[in-house]
Design a protein around this ligand. Structure first.
Ligand SMILES: Nc1ncnc2c1ncn2[C@@H]1O[C@H](COP(=O)(O)OP(=O)(O)OP(=O)(O)O)[C@@H](O)[C@H]1O
Length: 370
């Protein structure tokens, strides 16, 4: 899966056992051993230290320390190895999409969609974008939610007015390490409310194309709520690489989420998974977990449609309060449990995207330097 040529400089007697140990380490997000997943890009010995280069097709800085520890434990069982230096890198998988103009610098476009409004789609899109960035990717977000563009407020950039250097393309805003563009920077809600399907889709495609996006690994698009023509046209016109469907556990929201999954599957856009928002409530007094809207709805959809369940967020006042003041959970409490859930979702999204766009395996060069 890696697009880097591997460079293995170990003698034959050591190479086999080292590769065996590395392949016995199953990457949780790719579901394969590190060698078969193409993550092992370099191996060399310096004295009794193994220098190990790992290249991941998804951003994963949050689990690198743990992975390095586990690999060191496994590899130092081999008598020749006393310690291991791990070097991690992230190389975004190539895409087959032929994007033109300002989107040519964007590797992958991730649509965040929901069957109905108010389920927390924008909240999820913003935190997912920030979590991908914290995990090590270059990220942008496009607020395409014409009926309620909330991302400027959520990122604390409500007063931003896009400027242009070349008189043609608008520069996106920057906030919390990601860049952002919103339909809300350009038009007001009354104007948007009267747009019908084709007009809205056309305006959104124009907005996305007329933004001077920098080099990005992922552009997260907060889609308008619903699963109709606007969503379909937009997804196809900008060659969406994969979709995340957000739902709440109520039956009505789940029914709409199914429509969302169906829509993307029908047009061959990989559904990267389901996020169940407001999934459970933790009693702040006693820590008791309750499911006021029913349990496991997202799981059932995921199983039925053969798509991953990416994660479940609690109904938690801190999520809303952070959003209201431009401090989403991932940046407000970076080491908190909510940030941890979003970061886990981000790693899964990146890995699913890599799996669904996986290229041919790694090419290996071997030499007996040691
Ligand atoms: N898990 C959560 N716990 C508490 N509040 C939440 C949670 N998720 C979202 N909210 C709050 O619910 C409200 C709706 O969220 P959001 O705007 O993200 O929904 P949406 O699906 O994008 O809505 P729309 O489609 O109407 O724009 C916001 O006030 C948000 O802060």
């Amino acid at each position: 899966m890696s697009q880097i040529a591997a460079d293995y400089r170990l003698d034959g007697a050591l190479l086999g056992p080292v590769l065996a140990q590395l392949d016995a380490h199953i990457d949780l997000y790719l579901g394969r051993g590190l060698v078969s997943a193409g993550c092992v890009t370099s191996l060399a010995m310096q004295g009794d230290r193994l220098q190990l280069g790992l290249s991941y097709p998804y951003p994963c800085s949050g689990v690198q320390a743990e992975t390095a520890g586990q690999l060191a434990t496994a590899l130092t069982r081999l008598p020749a190895i006393k310690s291991v230096d791990c070097e991690f890198s992230f190389v975004v998988p190539k895409t087959s999409a032929d994007r033109q103009g300002t989107l040519a610098k964007v590797a992958h476009i991730i649509a965040v969609a929901s069957g109905k409004g108010g389920v927390g789609k924008s909240t999820t899109a913003v935190n997912l974008a920030l979590a991908l960035a914290v995990e090590g990717a270059r990220v942008g977000i496009l607020d395409a939610d014409i009926y309620g563009p909330s991302i400027p407020l959520m990122l604390g950039i409500a007063d931003f007015k896009p400027q242009s250097d070349d008189g043609v393309h608008m520069n996106p805003a920057r906030a919390h390490g990601i860049c952002a563009q919103s339909i809300g920077f350009i038009i007001n809600e009354e104007q948007a409310a009267v747009w019908r399907g084709p007009m809205a889709a056309g305006a959104l495609v124009q907005l996305i194309n007329e933004t001077a996006w920098p080099e990005l690994d992922y552009l997260v698009v907060d889609m308008p709520p619903g699963t109709g023509d606007i969503q379909l046209t937009l997804s196809q016109k900008v060659a969406v690489s994969g979709a995340v469907v957000v739902t709440t556990p109520q039956d009505i929201a789940l029914l709409d989420a199914k429509k969302g999954v169906n829509l993307f599957q029908k047009v061959n856009i990989p559904v990267l998974g389901i996020v169940e928002n407001m999934s459970y409530h933790l009693c702040p007094a006693c820590g008791h977990k309750e499911h006021p809207f029913g349990a496991h709805g997202g799981d059932k959809i995921a199983q039925r449609y053969g798509v991953p369940m990416l994660g479940a967020l609690p109904l938690n006042i801190r999520i809303r309060e952070g959003m209201d003041v431009g401090q989403p959970s991932v940046v407000a409490e970076p080491s908190g449990e909510l940030a941890a859930i979003y970061r886990e979702i981000a790693r899964k999204v990146g890995a699913q995207l890599a799996l669904s766009h996986s290229q041919s395996g790694v090419s290996i060069s071997l030499s007996d330097d040691e």
